[in-house]
Design a binder for this molecule. Sequence first.
Ligand SMILES: [Cu+2]
Length: 87
Amino acid sequence: MVDGVDQWGTPVSRFQPVLVTIQRTGIVVWNNSTGLGHSVTFAPLNGAPTEIPSSATGVNMRTFNAPGDFCFFCTAHVAESGIVRVQ
Ligand SMILES: [Cu+2]
């Protein structure tokens, strides 16, 4: 999660990179250093990991054991989204 500004200069955060590709049984780490609460909430799909609840700081990780495209977003800011592609 990184800080930025939108086209009007309003501070926003976003997941970076938006797309990450890993092999099955791989681990993805989310690092939130923005000081704002963000969740990592996965679309319902077989093999999707449990949600990372909203927190203003911290490092969390999830393991992906099934192949697929796992879309996720932040419940507080729905424009913040990303995809974990598991091969
Ligand atoms: Cu957010």
